[in-house]
Design a protein around this ligand. Structure first.
Ligand code: MSP
Length: 510
């Protein structure tokens, strides 16, 4: 039987910048989602990559005295190198300078042209290089783009896409697909933007060279957003619409983006696809932005957070956990040392780390290094096990809505219950008074740990797998289908000497 499929994408990152926390955030959220789906039996295509064309990149390369290709080769590699450091499980990495992408973008263009949605005219208006976006006079604020970026007056021959014709079809599509844009507040913003009217979109430039040329008119370079958005379908083997990969993975299940680029993904991209008579992605989720100790993150302020430094200081799974737990996914959030350390010491070290350590070292020391043999279960044991077994249903719901924070909260509810259970049952007392009962209690805890370790894999994969190794759970029994009592740990199995997984974070004395 064919596995169900799941196709998830990160935005492709501009190569005029070094990777920072914002990039790491989107990528890690996608990684957790991709891992969750794989563990849940899906065949996953997880795509990330770099957005390498446009005037901005051409200028950045010139500033460094490099040819654009040479420059993008270098910077794209920085983004690629970050992935193993974040333990990201992407299946593909796309660069818009690749041939497969050029062919795909030109084919989309040709389809738009053939279907009568592109016309040649003259563009005159304001263009923001930093946003790679056109603005009308009325949209400007104090002579700048709404983002604060400077704008330049552009007057040139340009191809246009008839975006204005797609207002009604888009509104109709949003209505029929209420989950297409998430979270809900963002959906409302997009709908009111589209309701207020759409203008045709300038989709080519003639004033620079670094980009994909327009079919049959090489004087024109494709607008970088049309080029960039197409990457998602390129990686599904477009234009080979009969290719197995295309059939399996297009349309994409989820485009994960930051709130600043939602408009491109929720308006332009579906309009391009409708006009090209291609299928539309199923969902676009816009997450919020991080500030650093209360301040907006910006290169000019010099407070950009380097994900590599962050991991060196706090640890990889600690950072992954923090980013997905601290802020309701979709909202803006603030990064602070204090909140990071609080999460590490309370959730990871005190709650999860201690639970593992207490249970495993007790079993290791008092149980002959073997999984104990349980006797009859009492209602307290059954209740805890039921909570652990019920987790996956709630997690599926939360992951499918990208409520990563709620998924983690649910898991931590069970961790809390397990910690209370160990205190109430007090196996250290039972050791003398009732060793048979002690074994049942320890066995129950071990089984609960197995559920916890399996379900935390998407977010803290390295630590979860250390836990599973310690529990001696075979590598091929770690996916979600093993979350039933049919695969419970066999009594008598050896356990490894437990290692602490989440040490407390202690700030060095100055
Ligand atoms: N190249 C375009 C995307 C094209 S997709 C077809 C782009 N690139 S980007 O490198 O500027 O931004 C990539 C992502 O990083 C965006 O989703 C953006 O929201 C995210 N972030 C940048 N700074 C951020 C924070 N401070 N916090 C969270 N995410 C942020 O846009």
């Amino acid at each position: 039987m064919d596995l169900p499929s799941y196709y998830i994408t990160t935005p492709i990152y501009y190569v005029n910048d070094v990777p920072h926390i914002g990039h790491a955030y989107t990528t890690l959220a996608c990684d957790a989602m991709a891992r969750f789906k794989r563990l849940d039996g899906y065949q996953v295509l997880f795509l990330t990559g770099t957005d390498e064309h446009g005037q901005k990149v051409e200028t950045a390369a010139n500033d460094r005295g490099l040819a654009p290709q040479e420059f993008t080769d270098q910077v794209s590699q920085n983004f690629r190198d970050l992935l193993p450091i974040l333990n990201v499980s992407n299946d593909d990495f796309i660069r818009t300078t690749e041939k497969r992408h050029r062919v795909s973008a030109q084919t989309i263009w040709q389809k738009l042209m053939n279907n009568g949605h592109i016309y040649l005219d003259k563009y005159s208006g304001w263009y923001s290089l930093r946003d790679e976006t056109y603005f009308t006079e009325t949209e400007l604020i104090d002579g700048n783009a709404p983002t604060g970026a400077p704008v330049e007056w552009v007057e040139e021959e340009s191809y246009f896409f008839d975006l204005s014709a797609w207002q009604e079809p888009l509104l109709d599509f949003y209505k029929k697909n209420p989950d297409f844009i998430a979270p809900r507040s963002r959906r409302n913003e997009v709908i009111s933007f589209v309701n207020s009217g759409l203008r045709d979109l300038s989709i080519s430039r003639t004033s620079f060279n670094w980009g994909i040329t327009v079919p049959n008119n090489p004087e024109h370079i494709m607008y970088v957003w049309l080029d960039a958005l197409t990457n998602y379908i390129t990686a599904a083997d477009f234009p080979e619409e009969n290719a197995p990969k295309y059939k399996q993975f297009w349309p994409a299940d989820l485009h994960m983006v930051g709130k600043d680029i939602l408009r491109f993904h929720a308006i332009y991209w579906p309009a391009f696809l409708m006009a090209a008579e291609l299928e539309l992605p199923k969902r676009v989720f816009a997450h919020g932005w991080w500030t650093n100790e209360g301040a907006k993150i910006s290169k000019s302020i010099g407070n950009v957070i380097d994900p590599i430094e962050l991991i060196k200081t706090f640890g990889l799974d600690q950072v992954r956990y923090f980013l997905l737990r601290e802020v309701p996914f979709g909202n803006d959030g603030d990064f602070s040392q204090q909140s990071m350390i609080a999460r590490i010491n309370s959730d990871l070290s005190n709650d999860l780390g201690n639970l593992c350590q207490r249970v495993l070292s007790f079993v290791y020391k008092n149980g002959d290094k073997k999984i104990p043999q349980p006797a009859n279960k009492l209602p307290d044991d059954q209740k805890l096990l039921r909570d652990a077994q019920g987790l996956i249903t709630a997690l599926r719901k939360h992951f499918d809505s990208q409520e990563f924070h709620l998924a983690l909260e649910k898991i931590w509810t069970v961790i809390g219950a397990a910690n209370r259970y160990i205190d109430t049952q007090a196996p250290w007392t039972l050791k003398k008074s009732d060793p048979v009962r002690m074994n049942t209690v320890l066995y129950t805890l071990i089984e609960v740990l197995r559920y916890l370790a399996i379900t935390t894999q998407p977010v803290i994969p390295t630590s979860a797998n250390i836990m599973l190794d310690q529990l001696n759970v075979p590598a091929n029994e770690r996916s979600f289908k093993y979350l039933t009592s049919a695969y419970k740990i066999k009594p008598g199995k050896k356990i490894e000497k437990p290692l602490p997984i989440f040490p407390r974070f202690v700030i060095d004395a100055p």
